[in-house]
Design a protein around this ligand. Sequence first.
Ligand SMILES: [Zn+2]
Length: 600
Amino acid sequence: MPALIPAVGYARRSSKAQDEASIPEQKRACEDFAREQGYLLVRWYSDDAVSGDNTDKRVEFLRMIKDAQTRGDFRAIVCWDHARFGRFDSLEQGFFGYQLRQANVHLVTVKDGALDWTKSVDRIIGSVKQEGKHEQLLDHSRNVVRGQLGAMQNGGWVGCPPYAYRLEGTRKNRRLVLGDPGHRLIVQRIYKEFADDGRSMNAIATRLNHDAVPTARGRVGKWRYDEIKVILTNPAYAGDFTAGRWEHGKYYTIKGRAVAKAERPGKKPESEWIIHRDHHEPIVSREIWERTQGIFANQKAAGRRVGHSPYSPEENPYLLSGLLRCGRCSCPMHGLRQSKYRHYKCSLNHDSRGKECSGTQVREDRVLLQVADFVDREFLALGGEQLAFRAELKELKPEDLPEGFARLKSLLSPPEQPAIDRKQIVGRVRELSVQIEKARKQLVLIDPEFIPDAQATIRELEQERDRLENALRKTGGGESDLNEQTFQALQALYWVSYLFRCVAQEHGREQPEDWTELLEEMRELNGGRPVAVLTGAARSPLLRRYLRHIAGITLHTRTEGSGKRRRHQLQGGEITLHPDVGATKELNRHFRGQRPAADR
Ligand SMILES: [Zn+2]
């Protein structure tokens, strides 16, 4: 005979319902049931003449919950049915369910079987539906959809406004009006980067994160390519009202401009949309909107996904993706793999099959070596070696730093830490700690279903706090740090050039042979601390950080031969840094002497 499971019984009778089983009847049924199912009842708790939703008055019930946590001498509660246990709303259900689950106690009932706390909310909803509420739900759904259809046909916006817009007007006639001017600039920037600069949606998201632009939900560093796509494909930004683009009603939906039974969720054909052209003030011009849709259509027709890079920004092996411009036509150059090397090729040349631009094509490593040279020249121009030497001896004073140094430092500093205001950060850390504490306390009050989400939020808060505390630790303030900071910045610059050369060297090879050696060497350079390089130099955050400060690199090549024997020789180029990196003037440098006049 298997061991009996220790359990307690719970019985309750409400004052009103006289047709309910009496407490002795409930107890008898439960005792029989417990014997059959292998439970050993160690105690009874019972509340008489208390209704199921008035938990505060259910003294015995509350004592039972407390005993489950403190005494811990039972694993189950045996009860007549779920309603005897309690008619809770889902919040309360979650509150008690969570406590019992933590105490490793489950509920079994004579009538309704076991209740799984992890799914309790589903069951409550399920039983509500079964008991006739379902019809009511359907009626409600039909009415809501009918109301929405009416509003849409009148050009009234249903649901949340798109990013950079807000809503004005009464409930059934809400109009889109221009929202936050800063958000509008971001929308325009996204369209420009996509349609004019030929950047992928991933690249656009990365750049927004790098500039610490908050998302629509106000979070920094959380832009992703799909949010960019939502903005690039929403006709609202060109001033058109469209509704009913998506099928998402659970019970009822809009079909053929009428209320109909819902089908599977998904995008509806354009013929089903409700469209009002030039309905509100646009944020982008009709011209760029149409060009953007054209790019999506072309990609689809070609079975190509140009706007959507298959790589995450951290893993894209095409390190210069989105940066290179053809020196002949200034169109963006796209990565392509040819033989065992990564190349970049003029997209206009590619798309027009050579008709509109005779083309520029370069091997990635050749460009990388030129960029490394560029970095070295910057280092030398600052007197980097001399500075680093003096910084190491702690001899530097603020006035010793050359003019370009602030710009250089911002080139290499991580984006999340602009000029650090200690006071502000200390305040933020305190604020975060309070939030974390509060969230932890609330954890027991919410539906078990939402606990993983809440825990994830807490983790996020904790990460932010740790990051800020680290930043505080790193910056002590005062003059002794000037030397340390200068030294670190110069060392970082030195590494950037070194890393560019490493990528160029390992270019095309599956696994660089001397990688462990390289890591070891860099660890030494870093004073024995581990180096933030994952598996290849190309993944170095330092390198990618530097690249993000480059607005574009225009390349000039000389071509020889024709047809299949055509060869491109890299002749020179200009690097343009982002104007926000210190000086606002553009920094044009030639790779190698003058641009060849003969080839223009
Ligand atoms: Zn071109």
